[in-house]
Design a protein around this ligand. Structure first.
Ligand code: AHR
Length: 778
């Protein structure tokens, strides 16, 4: 990246920010919210306070290769059939698998260590609850907590189990003198005991209530003061294949009647936090629920691709969606309002939004199902704003088709997803300025700057200023994903990491918190005087490399500007093979043939050590598509594609030609032009500023300032008609843009930071948010 100023932090730049009079455009009061998906063990093993892993014995290899009903449990027994996994005459067909403990020569023990290395022992008292049956006559089961490093418990709790059939047993267990414990179930004697649905939940030390949610995780969410919380996804909402689609009705009611599912992210979902608990959680953190239901089509990015609910079953599915709204909003004398009341919540929940679909490809199957669902909800519940979907990327075919479908059907809001690099966000600050104010509003439903560094957090803060400046058209926004259990993660970056013992908010979290807790009302224009910009490097073909992580590929007839290079090859070890190019090279071509493996290959374009380079992926997304990726500061974005592609095939030659003539990159496959992309050269600002009125305080202004540079920026604030301004706020100052990483606590935290003599002195890589007012001279 070329800078047009030297970047010595000791050479501050001075910028004047003039805040104009308020406009009539109002920032949506619901703008900042949360995205809760069951990814990264966010629910079981996370928000769910139950410490037992796989307490229902429902885990199978469909959840994860190698898993079985005893995953999470350790067996201590003598005799082959001392522990039997059974499903005859179960407690319920939904949790059909249970375990029979049948002592033979000695006691039989089942031991559960939770989700980590032992269960955390945070509160003095824990309640154990399980379903049990004594098939051969009255028996006893003993239960205890054992310190992680001990063999024996301090004290057993004994429960009598009668022959009469399945009964629920519960008891409070005495504390164990350890920070980490295991739960042990033991049967002695010669009477077997059947066991299912085991849970261990801490009791709140203050109220004595059994905890439903893990309190420290709830606290970190509540602290953001989110307006809404989306659920259950993400991809989880539509799942892989029709059997994996999320159906809300199978997630409510007694635990043993809920339908477990393999989680699309490779683990198991017990549904212990189902729709009712989700609504309760929203209430607990003060957020409105924002459910997202499948548009009758499963996720396209899974083996087997998108599958659609047959048309003859769409009537029932549509009714299920209408019933969800009734479950949340219906009075107790409606069918589903009565179900909610029976579960313990007579008052309606604050449901005002409903998403239909998630990142779906806009196919005819999707379009007809979405239309049916949308029209039914819009007709029956005009008080609920339906949110449509616009594909996985913030541009491209599905994005355009999703938007045009929304306009045709008069959908109120469209869900845009935007996982982009910090540089992209800074280059796209004007994105929403020209959005049609008469058309559907925007829900920026999933977005992130793709890392937990200060650079990403600061770029997100800058983009959020641009979103607030358009808060009349961008109605809702939620960073994604939200939670991530360290060591059990499928997706980074996330907003908050956690272990059994710790909650680790990221720098990105603190940015969300700063903006969400202090909100503006009416948008005020700002003008900047003296602000610097970073320019972008031109695109060049000065270097190249080849790689094929899931295939062996040979490359022949390799030519650079007509000069031949030696044949070469790449293999499944994933190593990059560099090609020797000159600094002024413009065209690279070769014939590639896969000799083994199942995937395609990638070509790097430009020096990958430079701030900006490109990568052409021939067969990405499981060898299904063609994508051109631009890398900035180590983070990549798709800039063209994905274009559908039958896939690289073993033994079949492919001729690739790449031509780079700044600002154009063009790529041909077998003489067919695939990518033709103009390099985005928009400069990125060092200072981004925004302002709005403050609710209930007409003489004050909320001001956001973001410094995206290595220099100190002294910002002089001016309010029309005032000689000077005073105020106070919070500063999140990064200094080192590369500080901060996934799984770690943020290296930076917001701190109080005032305005001195109308000036906010911003350190490098900093975010400031504060309230200012005019100072009238005496
Ligand atoms: O947030 C993680 C995933 O990203 C979501 O499940 C999906 O919608 C998106 O692709």
């Amino acid at each position: 990246m070329t800078k047009d100023h030297r970047t010595d932090p000791l050479d501050p730049s001075d910028v004047t920010v003039t805040i104009g009079d308020p406009t009539s455009r109002r920032i949506s009061p619901d703008l900042w919210g949360l995205f809760l998906e069951d990814i990264n063990y966010s629910l079981d093993g996370g928000l769910n306070a139950d410490l037992v892993r796989n307490g229902d014995f429902e885990t199978t290899s469909a959840d994860h290769p190698g898993w079985d009903p005893l995953t999470g449990w350790h067996v201590e027994a003598e005799g082959e059939s001392a522990v039997q996994v059974r499903s005859d005459d179960p407690l319920s067909p939904s949790t059909a698998t249970y375990v029979r403990l049948a002592p033979q020569r000695s006691a039989v023990r089942l031991v559960n260590s939770g989700y980590g290395d032992g269960m955390p022992h945070r509160t003095p008292t824990h309640q154990v609850r399980l379903a049990a049956r004594a098939p051969a006559g009255t028996a006893q089961i003993r239960i205890a907590l054992i310190p992680l490093d001990a063999r024996a418990p301090l004290a057993w709790t004994s429960l009598d189990v009668s022959r009469a059939g399945w009964t629920w047993c519960e008891a409070d267990l005495p504390p164990a003198s350890a920070d980490r414990v295991r739960l042990v179930l033991e049967v002695t004697g010669d009477m077997p005991v059947d066991v299912d649905c085991v849970s261990l939940r801490p009791r709140d030390p203050a109220t004595g209530e059994v905890q439903l949610f893990r309190p420290d995780l709830v606290a970190v969410l509540k602290d953001i003061r989110p307006s809404f919380m989306r659920f259950p996804g993400g991809c989880l909402a539509h799942g892989y294949g029709l059997d994996n689609m999320y159906h809300w009705k199978t997630t409510i009611g007694p635990r043993h009647e809920r339908r477990h599912l393999p989680n699309t992210w490779g683990y198991h979902q017990s549904m212990a936090i189902g729709y009712y608990e989700y609504f309760l959680l929203c209430e607990e953190i003060g957020a409105a629920p924002l459910p997202v239901v499948a548009a009758g089509v499963s996720c396209q990015n899974t083996p087997g691709g998108a599958m659609a609910i047959p048309t003859e079953r769409m009537g029932q599915y549509t009714q299920d969606v209408l019933d969800l709204v009734e479950f949340a909003l219906g009075s107790p004398d409606t069918r589903w309002g009565a179900v909610r009341t029976a579960l313990g919540h007579e008052a309606p929940f604050d449901l005002r939004y409903l998403g239909i679909g998630n990142e779906d490809e806009i196919t005819p199957e999707f379009t007809s199902r979405f239309t049916e669902l949308h029209d039914a909800v819009a007709h029956a519940h005009p008080e609920v704003s339906v949110i449509g979907t616009a594909g996985p990327l913030p541009f491209g075919r599905h994005f355009e088709d999703g938007w045009s479908l929304a306009r045709r059907r008069d959908v109120k809001i469209v869900d845009e997803h935007m996982y982009r690099s910090p540089r992209w966000l800074l280059q796209n600050l004007e994105r929403y300025d020209d959005y049609d104010r008469e058309g559907p509003a925007v829900y920026l439903g999933e977005w992130a700057a793709k890392s937990n560094t200060v650079r990403s957090a600061v770029a997100e803060a800058a983009f959020m200023i641009a979103v607030e400046r358009n808060g009349d058209v961008v109605q809702l926004a939620s960073y994604a994903p939200l939670l991530s259990r360290v060591g059990a993660t499928q997706w980074v970056p996330d907003l908050v990491y956690f272990t059994d013992d710790e909650v680790r908010p990221s720098a990105n979290y603190y940015v969300q918190k700063m903006y969400s807790r202090q909100r503006g009302d009416y948008i005020c224009p700002v003008t900047l005087d003296g602000a610097d910009f970073d320019l972008q490097d031109p695109v060049v073909l000065s270097a190249a490399w080849l790689r094929s992580s899931g295939a062996d590929v040979s490359y022949t007839d390799v030519k650079v500007d007509g000069t031949s290079l030696p044949d070469t090859s790449t293999s499944q070890d994933g190593a990059r093979v560099p090609l020797t190019l000159t600094a002024d090279a413009t065209e690279l071509s070769f014939t590639a043939v896969r000799t083994a493996g199942a995937d395609g290959f990638a070509v790097g374009i430009g020096d990958s050590d430079a701030a900006t380079s490109h990568r052409f992926e021939m067969g990405s997304w499981r060898n299904k598509s063609l994508i051109l990726v631009r890398n900035d500061d180590g983070t990549g974005n798709e800039v063209d594609g994905p274009h559908p592609f039958p896939g690289v095939q073993t033994g079949k030659d492919i001729r690739v030609r790449i031509r780079v003539e700044h600002p154009w990159i063009r790529i041909w496959m077998d003489d067919r032009l695939i990518h033709e992309v103009e390099h985005d050269q928009r400069q990125t600002p060092h200072l981004v500023a925004g302002a709005a009125t403050v609710p209930l305080d007409p003489s004050s202004r909320l001001v956001r300032l973001v410094n995206t540079s290595d220099r100190i920026v002294r910002v002089r604030l001016r309010l029309a008609g005032a000689e000077s301004v005073a105020g106070s706020g919070e500063l999140l100052a990064g200094l080192d843009p590369s500080a901060g990483a996934a799984f770690e606590t943020s290296p930076v935290m917001p701190e109080p930071y005032g305005v001195e003599g109308s000036v906010v002195k911003l350190p490098p890589w900093a975010v400031w948010s504060g309230i200012v007012r005019a100072v009238t001279p005496l």
